[in-house]
Design a binder for this molecule. Sequence first.
Ligand SMILES: [Zn+2]
Length: 230
Amino acid sequence: MNVQFKGIAVPGLKGKGKEDSLQLKSFGESPNKFRNFEAHFTILNEHVVEKDWLYNLKDYEGDSLESAPKEWISYVESGPDYLDRISYDSQTSGASLHKILASEKEYLRLTRTTQGKFREKLLKEFPSCKVCGLKIKELLVASHIKPWKDCDDEERVDASNGFLLCPSHNALFDSGLITVEDTGDILISELLDKKEYPLLNVREGLGVDVKHKHSKYLKWHRDTVFRDKA
Ligand SMILES: [Zn+2]
């Protein structure tokens, strides 16, 4: 694992062994169960870190970090005065860690129930892929038009903000390689090679049935998610 640290924190707890500082744990419940390392860090000196450095952080694929920890976001927005200080004391850091875990569980639970409700609503409306009509229920994905991460609570369960899509059309829509006009016409990104159209089950002149209620979300998708040029 190639991780670099610059001033803000180092992995590990003072006076504790590696096994106390880095533990492999299971999170969530089946089928959303996953394992991940739970790491303890010691804050060295947060003032060393420049805001620009946090702004310019990239993930391992070189993309901008879209989901920075809330502590970083509040640091970037408000500066160190508003930073919730993490205690150096190992007992308190243990306590704060449990708080984080509780909210992570809560987060997973909420995500599952809202996503479930959202999918139910869409299935009731039109139980097949909006684009190609595939009807195999297990394969249909409840796709948000305005991405989940950008939505407020209401938008996350608003059926007007979603289409049921098959895996292929969901992947294209989600990654911004196709989008939908208010008229229902499907726009295909120039980034997609025409030779691949048949493999992805798209062609020029495709359209879907959209209603007025979809338009504000579709505008968001066209402006923010759709990628037309490299
Ligand atoms: Zn489809």
